[in-house]
Design a protein around this ligand. Structure first.
Ligand code: SF4
Ligand code: SF4
Length: 372
């Protein structure tokens, strides 16, 4: 059963103390190079107090406000992805030994990790990555080792950025299932909800007090306010229009004319999981390490096949990215691969907007349907 209480702002450091004494490192939001990012943090002072983000296509700015709330920003530059599916992951080392080669799988010790500040869209993305990395025939041992060490503390959004559309994907702005604690930040402190046995064990050791009726009303109003979003995908299942659009390259030309094929959208997307494997050897060739690195549909090498790049043009690359994300994922994982976080819109250097492009494609393909 979920248990809810109030934690005054001045006691948030007690949560950090408890986590540290239970052996967790704490990963949380902090400000770095003009953006909110997840980093290992030791104290409450490293949280982005009073910082508010302003996001728009191709734009992200932070503004310092006087209120001092810790979680008034909406989105971090990256979600949880790099902490589990790391950008660079050594997989295996082959070493020359007397009489042949010895192969050793790389396995690492991962510390217990408590992540604080996760939004609904990022927790939904985590569930999608779990599906991909853990629930197939061959679970990924590197992802699994990190995932097993996680304790998750979500924070409900109380406003949406201009780029958010999680209401239309069903993944936010409130935190869904899968967390241990959920925080709602109010002016004087936090409404804290424990959603798991570990969460309850933490909550009872905090200097909490009972919730007042005003706390619940204020939190409800703030959560309602966050549901007002400027963007919405036309549907949660876009297979029909996107499969129809697949064979008409002219439909993709206007976005391809602007797309730099830089791959930023895939890099910041909390659900994109493509990778490649490189072989690396020292000059004396005494050993060879296989290293997995993030890759995207926007790289030529990603579709290289026996001397031929299958998806060479921006039309082919962008079409692959969008069609996989919003249509093929349904066939693979029973839902779309987009949780509406808006990062691909914010961090696209030319401001290409996945929602706008999808709406345009859906409209244009409709006019070309036989019988229309
Ligand atoms: S496709 Fe864009 S909006 Fe959707 S989850 Fe990925 S980065 Fe977020
Ligand atoms: S859509 Fe934007 S971020 Fe994605 S590859 Fe094209 S230019 Fe880069």
């Amino acid at each position: 059963m979920n248990q809810t209480a109030f934690l005054p702002h001045r006691h948030l450091d007690k949560l950090f103390d408890l986590l540290h004494s239970d052996g967790f490192r704490v990963v949380g939001p902090t400000s770095e190079q003009g953006a909110i990012v997840y980093r290992e943090i030791d104290t409450v002072d490293q949280l982005p107090a009073g910082l508010v983000d302003h996001q728009a296509p191709g734009r992200y700015r932070l503004e310092q406000q006087a209120h001092g709330r810790y979680f008034d920003w909406v989105g971090t530059a990256q979600g949880l992805k790099p902490w589990l599916f790391t950008p660079e992951q050594p997989l295996m080392v082959a070493r020359e030994v007397a009489g042949g080669l010895r192969f050793e799988a790389v396995r690492e010790e991962v510390p217990l990790t408590a992540v604080i500040g996760l939004r609904g869209c990022d927790l939904a993305a985590l569930a999608l990555q779990d599906r991909h990395f853990l629930q197939g025939e061959y679970p990924d041992p590197h992802y699994q080792a990190r995932r097993e060490q996680l304790l998750l503390i979500g924070v409900n959004c109380h406003r949406s950025a201009a780029t958010c559309f999680c209401v239309s994907t069903g993944d936010g702005p409130e935190v869904g299932e899968g967390t241990d604690l959920v925080l709602d930040e109010l002016d004087q402190g936090f409404m804290v909800q424990a959603c798991s046995a570990r969460g309850r064990a933490l909550l009872v050791r905090l200097p909490i007090r009972p919730l007042a009726g005003g706390h619940k009303r204020r939190s409800k109003a703030l959560r309602k306010q966050a549901r007002v979003q400027q963007r919405a995908l036309p549907s949660r299942d876009l297979r029909k229009p996107l499969y129809l659009a697949r064979d008409d390259e002219t439909l993709w030309q206007s976005v391809a004319d602007r797309c730099l094929t830089c791959g930023n959208c895939a890099a910041v997307c909390p659900t994109c999981f493509c990778s490649r494997v490189d072989e690396e050897s020292p000059l004396d060739a005494s050993e060879s390490t296989q290293v997995r690195r993030w890759d995207t549909c926007f790289n030529d090498e990603h579709s290289y096949l026996v001397g031929h790049v299958v998806r060479k043009s921006a039309v082919h690359k962008y079409r692959q990215w969008l069609t996989h994300k919003l249509a093929i994922w349904h066939d693979q994982y029973d839902r779309s691969g987009c949780t509406g976080c808006g990062r691909c819109i914010t961090w696209c250097p030319v401001g290409i907007d996945i929602v706008e492009e999808t709406r345009r494609l859906c409209t244009e393909v409709k006019t070309r349907e036989p019988g229309e």
